[in-house]
Design a protein around this ligand. Structure first.
Ligand code: PGA
Length: 259
């Protein structure tokens, strides 16, 4: 973790979850009501169909609720899309933009991702901008080049430590059970920190950089202990309250150490 940066434990439910799973959201909302929530932020991004109900369930909980994507325009003829304003209207606080599944499945470019992050900021949402290399890029030793390109092209000019979070998610580590080595994560996060400082000046030193890709209770503590890892973005393991809460609890020794 980075001293002075408040960690964020975020869950991304992707296209999983119906009303039958609202009890898991309630269990997470209740489970994060511990003293640790004074030092650690928690966020859940369920499918958009559950967003409004989820925010109501979290009324008396520190658990924040967000969305997984937004359109870059405020409104208009865009069948099936959701605007950042609509997310804010349902009391969402964050939106993930540029997840590799969106970049891959919907051919989203760095420039579109930046426009989405700008739309999020205009709606007073925090944009979680995802970056990360594919396996081919990693094998070709292009990881840092990819991260540099994605950060410079996807992070908007108005980004600051309050309205923007970066999530480093190596594409090959998502949903595969594979994770980079501790050393690889350390190098990538230190590199991104330097790039953010170059891009944003001193402000870049305070931006949260999350790691994502096969994070689970068994590896969370080790990952959270790496320098410049200011939290995690969790897919599969966020679907079960028990696992999400175990990852949240794994922050404890690290925030105690940093305090
Ligand atoms: P995973 O997904 O934890 O299931 O690997 C992470 C993500 O895509 O955000």
């Amino acid at each position: 973790m980075t001293p002075d940066i408040r960690p964020l434990i975020a869950g991304n439910w992707k296209m999983n979850g119906t009303r039958a799973e609202l009890d898991q959201i309630k269990a997470i909302a209740d489970g994060v009501k511990t003293p640790l929530s004074q030092q650690v932020d928690t966020l859940l991004c369920p499918p958009i169909t559950l967003l409004y109900v989820a925010t109501a369930l979290c009324d008396d909980s520190p658990l924040l609720v967000g969305a997984q994507d937004c359109h870059h325009k405020v409104c208009g003829a865009h069948t099936g899309d959701i605007s950042a304003e609509m997310i804010a209207d349902c009391f969402g606080t964050h939106v993930i933009v540029g997840h590799s599944e969106r970049r891959g499945d919907h051919a989203e470019t760095d420039h579109l991702v930046r426009a989405k992050a700008e739309a999020a900021h205009a709606a007073d949402l925090v944009a979680i901008v995802c970056v990360g290399e594919t396996l081919d890029e990693r094998d070709a030793y292009q990881t840092l080049d990819v991260l540099k390109r994605q950060i410079f092209n996807s992070v908007p000019a108005d980004a600051n430590a309050q309205n923007t979070v970066i999530a480093y998610e190596p594409v090959w580590a998502i949903g595969t059970g594979l994770t980079p080595t501790r050393g690889d994560i350390e190098v990538a996060h230190a590199f991104m920190r330097a790039e953010l400082v170059e891009l944003m000046g001193r402000e870049g030193a305070g931006v949260r950089i999350l790691y994502g890709g096969s994070v689970k209770p068994a590896n969370a503590s080790e990952i959270l202990g790496i320098d410049n890892v200011d939290g995690v973005l969790v897919g599969g393991a966020s679907l079960k309250a028990e696992d999400f809460l175990a990852i949240y609890a794994a922050c404890e020794p690290h925030v105690v150490k940093a305090a």
